[in-house]
Design a binder for this molecule. Structure first.
Ligand SMILES: Cc1cc2nc3c(=O)[nH]c(=O)nc-3n(C[C@H](O)[C@H](O)[C@H](O)COP(=O)(O)OP(=O)(O)OC[C@H]3O[C@@H](n4cnc5c(N)ncnc54)[C@H](O)[C@@H]3O)c2cc1C
Length: 455
């Protein structure tokens, strides 16, 4: 019996995709390319997935874990002959504990489905970003995703209490802890969160929910100098009494492009400003939150930290603010072909860093634009350079300067294939050697997502 026939016997004919059904799926970021895998297996539960992994291990068959395919570092890219294992049929929310505030899910549950389920039970899942309608919980945890609420609740790993994974040889490690405190030896789940499918395949998780904070206030703040941006972050952090839930900053290069050049958005301020901050606070008492929000923003104007402030008067206006910040499609369209970055560095160094890369890119590639924005409250900048075909030169400039400030080449998207060559910019030799030791211990035959993270 061939391997594919044996796999089909485990997952059923509906669980095995071959031929055109595989080729129709993307192989690269943002839905590009055609998947060259020999097959995509779609188990329905942990038992099937473990049997699939065990069989592939016996056949020395490399496999590539797949979630919602929204990753941005080509982490699900397949080589011909590899087999994809998708969690798309593992979509059950198994339990929501309303008293404890926990949710038990299969890995294939889509982020937005989990968010809605939490909110129907009076809780909130503190994970959110633009790809919420497609990204899955398994993919989110495998990449330790960040997003829009990290400044308050931390990254994906901080929303996880328990995890179940299947190792490369099919062994199931069920560590479905539901308690906040559990110091019984190594915290094994953290090994797999952020490991990008190279150490084990995530099958289920116990997620920690947060109290629902539905009284959301949103504003845009116009600022003329970067020094004020950092001071505003600090001021609002305490003025909102810890309820600051988003602090996103757009450099003028981005607002000019999306407002003046593409005409996709309206200029909401009367004048141009160096930086536009999108800020949100989330609490429980609508009236109290609104008063506190208004007062804190008024203080920014009084202290001349902000040049202008616009508080959203409705959820539609708040959505209009977010549409500008989230218009990745507009950026892609205007700058293609482009080189995207997701870096982090201390806020104190951001001005010097962004000036240095902008000047060096301008000198090296006068027609290439450098657009900067990001989750600044988390020390995370997204940089988009384009249009340009000079990917390596741009990467050398952006990552080369970053190394001087001790920054990270990936803040939230991971390493995948795209950033492998630059891992050593952010991790020292001893760290990389230890990572390889862990990989060797768990997957000595290098069958699980080979070629990702390390060459
Ligand atoms: C418009 C847009 C906005 C985005 N915004 C953000 C953002 O703000 N912050 C952020 O962090 N990311 C963001 N992303 C990136 C992406 O959504 C996240 O990386 C997400 O976590 C990927 O989830 P996924 O289910 O699509 O995973 P996939 O893309 O399918 O996989 C990602 C990686 O995880 C591995 N993997 C997938 N499932 C499993 C599993 N069950 N077990 C083990 N490994 C697995 C894959 O092999 C791959 O290496 C954005 C993407 C888009 C398209």
């Amino acid at each position: 019996m061939s391997l594919l026939t044996e796999l089909e016997a485990i997952v059923g004919s509906n669980g095995l995709l071959q031929g055109d059904a595989v080729a129709a799926r993307p192989n690269e970021n943002m839905g590009h390319g055609s998947c060259p895998a020999a097959a995509i297996v779609r188990p329905a539960n942990t038992e099937q997935l473990a049997a699939v992994m065990k069989l592939c291990h016996q056949h020395n068959q490399p496999v590539v874990p797949m979630g919602g395919l929204t990753g941005l570092v080509n982490g699900t890219q397949c080589q011909p002959g590899q087999i994809g294992i998708s969690t798309e049929r593992m979509r059950t929310i198994e339990n929501i504990d309303e008293l404890a505030g926990t949710m038990t899910v299969q890995a294939g549950v889509v982020l937005e489905t989990a968010q809605n389920a939490a909110s129907e039970h009076g809780w909130q899942l503190a994970m959110d970003w633009g790809a919420r309608g497609s990204a899955q919980i398994g993919g989110a945890l495998a990449t330790n995703a960040g997003g829009n609420s990290v400044v308050r609740s931390g990254m994906a790993r901080e929303q996880v209490l328990g995890l179940e994974v299947v190792l490369a040889d099919g062994t199931v490690i069920s560590s479905m802890n539901e308690m906040l405190k559990n110091n019984t030896g190594y915290d094994l789940k953290q090994l797999f969160i952020g490991s990008e499918g190279t150490l084990g395949m995530i099958t289920r998780a116990v997620l920690r929910l947060r109290p629902a904070c539905n009284a959301v206030q949103t504003a845009m703040i116009a600022v003329d100098d970067f020094a004020s941006v950092g001071k505003i972050l600090r001021h609002l952090g305490s003025a909102f009494e810890g309820k600051l839930s988003s602090f996103e900053v757009m450099w003028q290069s981005m607002t000019d492009l999306l407002i003046k050049e593409t005409g996709r958005h309206q200029n909401l301020f009367d004048a141009d400003h160096g930086y536009t901050i999108l800020v949100e606070s989330s609490g429980v008492d609508e009236q109290r939150e609104a008063a506190q929000f208004e007062q804190a923003l008024g203080e920014l104007l009084e202290q001349e930290l902000a040049a202008d402030v616009l508080i959203a008067q409705s959820s539609q206006q708040a959505a209009q603010f977010w549409a500008l910040r989230d218009d990745i499609e507009g950026l892609m369209g205007a700058l293609y072909p482009l080189v995207p970055f997701d870096v982090s560095l201390p806020i104190r160094d951001m001005h010097a860093y962004t000036q240095a890369i902008t000047e060096r890119l301008q000198a090296a590639l006068p027609d290439c634009r450098c657009i900067i924005f990001g989750h600044l409250g988390d020390g995370n900048l997204h940089i988009v350079a384009g249009p340009t075909e000079q990917k390596e030169l741009v990467q050398e400039i952006v990552y080369g300067e970053l190394a001087q400030f001790g920054g990270a080449v990936s803040a939230e998207h991971g390493i995948g294939v795209d950033k492998r060559a630059y891992l050593s910019h952010s991790r020292n030799d001893a760290e990389i050697a230890l990572m390889k030791t862990i990989k060797q211990a768990l997957d000595p035959a290098d069958l699980l997502n080979p070629g990702k993270l390390f060459s």
